[in-house]
Structures are given as C-alpha cells and as structure tokens.
Design a protein around this ligand. Structure first.
Ligand code: UDX
Ligand code: UDX
Ligand code: ADP
Length: 480
C-alpha cells in the first residue's frame, strides 16, 4: 500500500489530499500540520475552511484512508510520497523584502524530512515557490541524507478557492516536473500513477522541474493580467460612456482570447496572484531582466489603482467626504464561496474609507468578525505603492462594526459598497434596504452584481464599475 503524507493542512493541502484519498481507496493519506487547532478542526464536524463539497468528501474518507494528525515525524518517516504544502508568504524583511517568497517554513520542513527519513522518499513541491526552489530543497535533503535517496518533484496546484473540489475532480491539467534521470523518471511515474486513478492520461503533463515551477507562476500572472487588462479598460469605459461588460463580451468572443477571467471588478485578491507576480518580478530582477520585471509589476499597479479609484469614487460622489457617515460593506472575502480574506480588495477599500473617517458596517456570510478585525488591524507590507495605509489607530477600530445580516449592515447607512460577488447580494430586497437608508442613498457595486437600472428606479444613486455613469456622478469632481 502506497502511503502519502502531506505537510500543511491548509487551503491547498486539505482539499487536495481529501480528493486523492477519495479517488484512491488503496492509498493511505495522512495530512499533518504544526497547528494543533487546525488538525482538531479537520477532525471535527466544523472543518477549518469553507469549500463547497469538501465536507462530503472528508466525511466519506476520514478514518478510512484519510487521517489528520500532528504526529508529523511518525507519518513523514512512514510515507513513500511526501507532499509539502506549507505556507510561502512574501518576505516582509531582509533581502528581497516585499517581493521574494519567504521559504522559512519550506526549509524547516525539508530539514525535518531529512532528519526523520529512514527510507527513500519522493518529496513533492505543492505550494507555489520561486523557480529553482526544488534545487535548494534537493541540496538540503541530499546534504543531510544519510545515504537515503530523495527525489524531488514539482506538482503545482491549480485549484481555485470556492471551486476546489470541482477543480480537483476534473482538472484542466495535472503538471508534474521532475529530474531527467532514471530515478527522476521513476518518481514522476509513481506520482502519475496516483493521479491516473481519476485523471485521463492526456491531462497529466510531465516536464522538467523548472518548467513546472515556472508554469505555475506564469499561469497566475497571465490570469491576473487579464483582470488588470479589463480593469484598465473599465476606467476608460467610465470616461467614455462605453460599457465594460459589453466590451469584455465582445473581446472574449474572439476564440483566440476566450471569455473567461474578463470580469471587471474592484480588483483581484487571494493568496496567489499578487504573491506569485511579486515573486516573478523578483526572479526577473535577480536574472538581470528589469524590463520584464516592470512589465509584470504593472499588473499589480493597475490592481492597486483600481482599488484606490473605487475609494475615490465613493468619497467624491458623497460630497467629497464620508467622515462620520455609515457605509455598509457587503462582502469581505476575496471572492464568493470562500471565507478566505487573504489579500482581499475589501481590506484596502475599508482602510481607504476609514482613512476618510467613515463608519463602516461589514457583512459577509462566511468571514468572522475576528478575522475582519485582524485583517484591518494588520500593518501590510508596503512594497512600492501607496495604497496600503498604516495600521488602524484604536479610534479607527471603533469605526468598524461587523454584522451577520445585510439588512442590519445597511440600516441607516448613507452608502453601500458591494465588494464580494456573493449570490445572495443579487436577491436582497433593495426596496426595503432603500427605505431604511439615509437619502440620497448610494450603491457602489465593485463586482457588477446588481442591475443599476432597477436600483435607479427604486431611487438609489448607483455606481457600477466600468458602466455608463449615473448623471449624479458625472457632475462630481473627476476621479484621480
Ligand atoms: C490582426 C488581428 O489578428 C486581426 O483580428 C485584426 O483585424 C488585424 O490585426 P494580423 O495583423 O493580420 O491580424 O495578424 P495576426 O495573426 O494577429 O498576427 C499579428 C502579428 O503577431 C504577426 O506578426 C504574428 O507573427 C504575431 N504573432 C501572432 C506572434 O508573434 N505570436 C502569436 O502567438 C500570434
Ligand atoms: C487562483 C488561480 O485561479 C488558481 O489556478 C491558482 O491555483 C491559485 O490562484 P484563487 O486565488 O483561488 O485561484 O481564485 P481566482 O478565481 O483565480 O480569483 C482570484 C481573484 O480574481 C478574486 O479576487 C476574483 O474575484 C478575481 N477575479 C477573477 C476578477 O476580479 N475577475 C475575474 O474575471 C476573475
Ligand atoms: P495554502 O493556501 O498554501 O494551503 P495555508 O496557510 O492555508 O496555505 O496552509 C499552510 C499550512 O502549513 C498551515 O496550516 C501551517 O500551519 C502549515 N505548516 C507550516 N509549516 C509547517 C511544517 N513545517 N510542518 C507542517 N505543517 C506546517
């Protein structure tokens, strides 16, 4: 029986291992983590992450061939294949601060594997890491190996949060990179055999190590670039009277371009896009390619521009000040169907509004009050753009309240900002909401979820990203 151990029970490790266990009943899968509370949550009825379909998969396999444990060393030493999906945040200090990946967790994981291994292991790089990390890890492993053979593979994860289970069930592709030696090829084949339990052969791609590592960064950079491209066009739409949805639809009909990932928004968020692009930028700089670095950096700059443009729109529409006004924020997660708030545009938008002394009342169906307060109190690393403001002062903290209901959040508000595209925001009773608000009542839709015409009929002044402007907004000062 093949034994798999996965280091890191997070958004990637948890769902990926659950699906492997489900699809491969003859493989024993143990997910380990240094966090005792995370592991207890995985062993409880209240899983630590919200992901549609995940509960069901875990229920089917947990205790059968899927286990969650904090006994890291035991399971690492027994495993044939070790997946590493520990966190790799952007470095906040030292060399490469603000851009390079922080590999502290990775390095300590590699040293631990080398220490406890008593038999040959395949070590699989699952978390996104800079190109050539595999080489560094290989060195740590082989220099501490006591004669054991380690094969390192890169098997980047392409699942998106909110659709992780579907993405894992039917991946567009599975990518496995390995050394081009007989041992390397054998290791690639062993991992291929695991996926072949449910993924058609022609979707399992094998490459060299560096191609696999770079493909992950490049894929995320391309996806983010599409969003920044359409968001850049959205600003021009507002200035000219074009409608970004019509433009994106027409552009996406070209089969060479395709329709996906062309939704204009208040900006992309999530744990991957910004981090991976910064990583790519850093690698380019280290390789003496400043032009290439600047090209990709621009994708992040437009994303920051989009967030500050949104805040400016809110403030300028409301008579150039939101001081003391209640603003309801609907949605805080970085996208729908997840409770994850990493790099969510809502953080920067809320900080911007608080900077202008607004009182904000936040509702998100999946994000806890604790998480929101932590996110807003955090001092974000300011790489070289101004949008990330200083941490909130104690008075600013009092300006934020979190509710468990959209109607409560919007009661008595001067304006509403929709920052996540949760389905339930489409079917709220906006008439009732309008009645309970201060007048004039504003809606700023950062996700194009509401129908601006219908809301205007109710009486709202509506701003939708990239859509022809409300006559009210046209008369307001120009937005920087
Ligand atoms: C282009 C648009 O495709 C067409 O829709 C528009 O109406 C006019 O402009 P065209 O310039 O004739 O058409 O050729 P196209 O096939 O788009 O190629 C343009 C250039 O890009 C060529 O030099 C081509 O060699 C290059 N190219 C294209 C690449 O370098 N790589 C590619 O993957 C595709
Ligand atoms: C992404 C990649 O899609 C996935 O392949 C990779 O493995 C991890 O990073 P994820 O961050 O979970 O996944 O979500 P994704 O669906 O890509 O959305 C990222 C952000 O872009 C979200 O904030 C989303 O709202 C935004 N987005 C997405 C848009 O603003 N417009 C779009 O058209 C699509
Ligand atoms: P991702 O979105 O990449 O899955 P997460 O932050 O959700 O990232 O998960 C990473 C997990 O890895 C965390 O739960 C963290 O506690 C765990 N972790 C970090 N270092 C180690 C380690 N050396 N061994 C085991 N788990 C680790």
């Amino acid at each position: 029986m093949v034994k798999i151990c996965c280091l890191g029970a997070g958004y990637v490790g948890g769902p990926t291992m659950a699906v492997i266990a489900l699809k491969c009943p003859s493989i024993e899968v143990v997910v380990v983590d240094i966090s005792v509370s995370r592991i207890s949550a995985w062993n409880s009825d209240q899983l630590p992450i919200y992901e549609p379909g995940l509960d069901d998969v875990v229920k089917q396999c947990r205790g059968r061939n899927l286990f969650f444990s904090t006994d890291i060393e035991k399971h690492v030493s027994e495993a044939d294949i070790i997946f590493v999906s520990v966190n790799t945040p952007t470095k906040t200090r030292g060399l490469g601060a603000g851009k390079a990946a922080d590999l502290t967790y990775w390095e300590s994981a590699a040293r631990m594997i080398a220490n406890v291994a008593k038999s040959d292991k395949i070590v699989v790089e699952k978390s996104t890491v800079p190109v050539k990390t595999a080489e560094a890890i290989e060195k740590i492993l082989t220099h501490n190996s006591k004669g054991i053979n380690f094969q390192i593979l890169s098997n980047p994860e392409f699942l998106a949060e909110g659709t992780a289970i579907q993405d894992l069930f039917k991946p567009d592709r599975v990518l496995i990179g390995g050394r081009e030696t007989p041992e390397g090829r054998k290791a690639v084949q062993a991992l291929k055999d695991v996926y072949a339990n449910w993924v058609p052969e022609d979707r399992i791609l094998t490459t060299n190590l560096w191609s696999a590592e770079l493909s992950k960064l490049a894929a995320n950079a391309f996806l983010a670039q599409r969003i920044s491209s359409v968001n850049a066009i959205s600003a021009l739409c507002e200035a000219t009277g074009a409608n970004v949805s019509e433009v994106a639809y027409s552009v996406g009909k070209d089969t060479r371009i395709g329709p996906k990932f062309l939704n204009s928004s208040v900006g992309f968020g999530g744990s991957c896009f910004q981090k991976d692009i910064l990583n790519l930028v850093y690698i380019c700089e280290c390789n003496g390619l400043p032009e290439v670095a600047n090209y990709w950096k621009q994708v992040i700059k437009i994303n920051d521009y989009q967030k500050s443009r949104f805040v400016n729109r809110v403030v300028s529409s409301m008579f150039n000040t939101v001081a003391g006004k209640k603003i309801a924020v609907l949605g805080f997660a970085f996208k729908k169907d997840t409770g994850d708030t990493r790099e969510t545009p809502a953080i920067d938008v809320c900080k911007g509004l608080l900077g202008d002394k607004a009182k904000i009342s936040i509702y998100d169906p999946q994000v806890t009050e604790d998480q929101i307060q932590r996110d807003l109190a955090m001092n974000k690393f300011d790489w070289d753009h101004p949008v990330h403001l200083q941490p909130m002062s104690p008075t600013a903290v009092k300006q934020v309240s979190v509710t468990w209901d959209a109607y409560e959040a919007t009661k008595g508000a001067h304006g509403i900002c929709i920052l996540t595209e949760w389905d339930e925001f489409k079917s709220l009773d906006y008439k009732e909401i309008y009645e309970s608000m201060q007048k004039p009542a504003f809606i700023f839709d950062g996700r194009n979820v509401v129908d601006p015409e219908k809301l205007r009929e109710i009486g709202f002044i509506v701003y939708s990203i990239g859509k022809p402007l409300d006559p009210w907004l046209k008369d307001m000062p120009a937005v920087a």
